[in-house]
Design a protein around this ligand. Structure first.
Ligand code: BDR
Ligand code: CA
Length: 313
């Protein structure tokens, strides 16, 4: 069974990704949740991770606090999308669960040592600050990481926080650059694919009609989350970004992409955090990323629904 760590900044779509992973217990082993500042401050993203663990009945999964700010820049957050708490739309609480004492970065390093032979997969759903710290602390770490599967970037779709940049990469472009140049196998799920998984009405209805607490709360989260993008893009539903990372692990065959070179813009203010994708191979730069641009939307929603409805709560 694949061992994964989910590095995240919940966020409603992060929450759905966590629930999808928790519902896939037979297929993936979630070693821990490592939190990072992004959609909202670290204090909130880490509390939100606890809330989602409790909601999903995932009491056995440890939660770690990580970086409260990007490597070199001031934190930029996205309350305009996710609301003040990051999980607006619901009023979840934390009763039983608490944080682990060691830091997110130390936990990730511990896991790479402990599972040196089997290797771990890092699923990154937020800015790449924690992951970059792990890779720079000990470059040999790369040998113990099977793959980094991340939600971030955009090329054909442009950006969502500036015309050029996607939010996760924009917040910490230096971290993204370190990760992309690390030599670790990287799969990227950018806006080009997540904008093809727009929340559907019947998906929300099925969550609600299940009568299960976790599914009903998931629907409430998405109701709030999509209002911003629906207005912005004039679409029928908002893009369900982060669950694509988990669904890719579970069913890679529903995705399509290409091994290409991707570089990160860190110098220009205008295009800060832009993912420059050599899709047509017009340079001699070495391919470093499996860049996904297609997904079978119907199958994607069936998988998310099936996993969320598999939760015991
Ligand atoms: C990414 O940014 C955040 O707002 C979402 O959680 C997702 O990870 C999309 O650009
Ligand atoms: Ca996220």
């Amino acid at each position: 069974m694949r061992k994964i760590i989910i590095d995240t900044d919940p966020g409603q779509d992060d929450a759905l990704a966590l629930m999808t992973a928790f519902g896939a217990k037979k297929e993936i082993h979630v070693l821990g949740i490592t939190c990072v500042a992004g959609n909202v401050s670290l204090d909130l993203t880490s509390i939100n991770a606890l809330k989602i663990c409790e909601l999903s009945g995932a009491f056995e999964v440890p939660v770690f606090k990580g970086s409260s700010a990007p490597l070199k820049r001031k934190l930029v957050t996205a309350e305009h999308v996710h609301g003040k708490t990051g999980l607006d739309g619901t009023e979840l609480s934390v009763e039983k669960k608490d944080f682990e004492v060691i830091s997110a970065v130390d936990f990730m390093i511990e896991c790479t040592e402990k599972y040196r032979d089997e290797k771990i997969t890092i699923c990154a759903l937020g800015p790449l600050t924690n992951v970059a710290k792990v890779l720079t602390k000990n470059p040999r770490m790369t040998e113990s990481i099977e793959e980094i599967v991340l939600m971030g970037g955009g090329f054909f779709e442009g950006g969502n926080i500036t015309p050029a940049a996607e939010f996760n990469i924009y917040v910490d472009p230096e971290a993204a650059k370190i990760v992309l140049q690390s030599g670790v196998k990287i799969t990227m799920l950018p806006l080009d694919v997540t904008h093809k998984t727009l929340v559907q009405r019947d998906f929300l209805e099925k969550l609600r009609k299940s009568g299960k607490k976790s599914a009903i709360e998931a629907a409430k989260l998405l109701d709030f989350f999509e209002r911003y993008d629906v207005e912005k893009y004039g679409s029928q539903g908002g893009p369900l970004h982060d669950p694509n990372v988990i669904v890719f692990l579970l069913n890679p065959e529903i995705y399509h992409g290409k091994l290409v070179n991707v570089e990160i813009e860190v110098n220009s203010e205008l295009t800060r955090g832009m993912t420059v994708v050599d899709w047509w191979k017009v340079t001699n730069r070495e391919p470093n990323v499996y860049y996904i641009n297609e997904v079978k939307e119907k199958e994607f929603f069936e998988i998310v629904l099936n996993k969320v409805l598999s939760l015991e709560t």
